[in-house]
Design a protein around this ligand. Structure first.
Ligand code: FE2
Ligand code: FE2
Length: 378
């Protein structure tokens, strides 16, 4: 029996991966809304089997209990954060913006240090805002997993992740409000992805979408920012959040490995397509369309340059450095004639396939340990 092939249109809503018009057409229209309702189609499952069936998940559960921290008292909230100074220093390491040759013929050709500094500050606010909204997505998803996963050991662990995610929402929200003057709205591409994850009835899709894709990317993104910035409060906040996130990604890898090893090709294909859809949604959001809008720049003019800027391309690709090895470990890359491998090649991220997966990495990320630098995790 041949397995049906979904078109790009069906998976990501457009035929061409890099169709800028179509990407930018997806925007958030209800920017003033304070609520967003998503249908959660899943069954809540009780289990009467209280035996220790999955020791590796129970080990994570024990680690989670001793790894708790308090966002109120463990972080120095009285730290004075001068965003202009912070961004000036961070940009000295990162480079201020694009190569001037790239934007020589555009409306931002006159931008000098001041404009790129403002852009950097807005980008930081936008980035941390998307972290915040993603953390709320994780809070909702792990509450859902606690209900839907049929395994006792996984329910115990997932409940600790709910508390972790509440803490992450708390600290990112507080940082944005107290130090950066408030948050940006959720990016429409991220919201579509979170909607799809919450909406799906199959419990393993929640894990795949959140623990493998969204949290895999978050772990890499937090790692970058943690390594880059010298702002002490943000650095410590990220370090603490990462100690939790490494456990969360491990939870996804350990749980899904068992499930996916026993699945048919047709079932795996649906997971591969979902992993691809999630990858594209996450990549699309890095156009930062809301930041350009806020600075009064025509996003349509700038977006193609952003996609072509080699520094940004490299940075975006690195964000997949956890996702690709984890997908490989789950057997998702090569099933069905290497379907996901070919998609990751198209996205330019397959080079991370042999980097370390995140099944055990949480031990190195514990608070108090010297976390491995990005390159050392390869
Ligand atoms: Fe989190
Ligand atoms: Fe998490």
């Amino acid at each position: 029996m041949s397995i049906s092939e979904k078109s790009n249109q069906e998976m990501i809503g457009r035929d061409e991966l890099n169709d800028i018009e179509a990407i930018l057409a997806v925007t958030n229209h209800d920017v003033d809304a304070v609520e967003h309702v998503v249908k959660n189609n899943a069954d809540s499952v009780f289990t009467w089997d209280y035996s220790l069936a999955r020791p590796n998940l129970r080990k994570l559960y024990e680690k989670a209990k001793t790894g708790q921290w308090n966002g109120t008292t463990d972080l120095e909230w009285d730290t004075d954060v001068d965003m202009e100074k912070v961004m000036f220093e961070d940009q000295a390491l990162l480079g201020p913006g694009m190569d001037p040759a790239l934007y020589a013929d555009t409306s931002i050709r006159h931008w000098g240090d001041k404009e790129w500094l403002d852009f950097g500050i807005e980008s930081r606010r936008w980035q941390l805002s998307q972290f915040l909204h993603g953390e709320q997505g994780a809070l909702i998803c792990t509450a859902k997993i606690t209900e839907t996963v049929p395994w006792y050991d996984a329910k115990l662990y997932a409940s600790t992740q709910v508390v972790d995610e509440a803490r992450h929402v708390e600290v990112f929200g507080r940082y944005l409000h107290e130090k950066l003057g408030g948050e940006y709205q959720i990016n429409a591409h991220l919201r579509m992805l979170l909607d799809d994850i919450v909406n799906d009835s199959r419990w393993d899709f929640t894990y795949l979408g959140m623990q493998i894709m969204v949290e895999g990317l978050a772990l890499a993104a937090f790692g970058f920012l943690h390594q880059l910035t010298n702002e002490p409060l943000l650095k410590k906040l990220l370090r603490y959040v990462m100690s939790d996130e490494a456990r969360h990604v491990a939870f996804g890898v350990l749980s899904l490995k068992e499930v996916y090893d026993g699945m048919s090709d047709a079932e795996i294909k649906e997971r591969q397509e979902f992993a691809f859809e999630a990858s594209v949604r996450m990549r699309d959001r890095f156009l930062q369309q809301e930041v350009w809008d806020r600075l009064g720049v025509n996003t349509k003019e700038i977006a193609p340059l952003t996609l072509a800027d080699p520094t940004r391309v490299m940075f975006q690709q690195m964000l997949f450095s956890k996702i690709v090895p984890n997908c490989k470990k789950l057997g998702l890359l090569d099933r069905n004639d290497m379907w996901l491998r070919r998609r990751f090649e198209e996205l330019g991220v397959i080079q991370f396939e042999d980097w370390q997966d995140t099944g055990e990495e949480f031990l190195a990320f514990e608070i108090g340990k010297d976390m491995p630098a990005i390159g050392e995790q390869a």
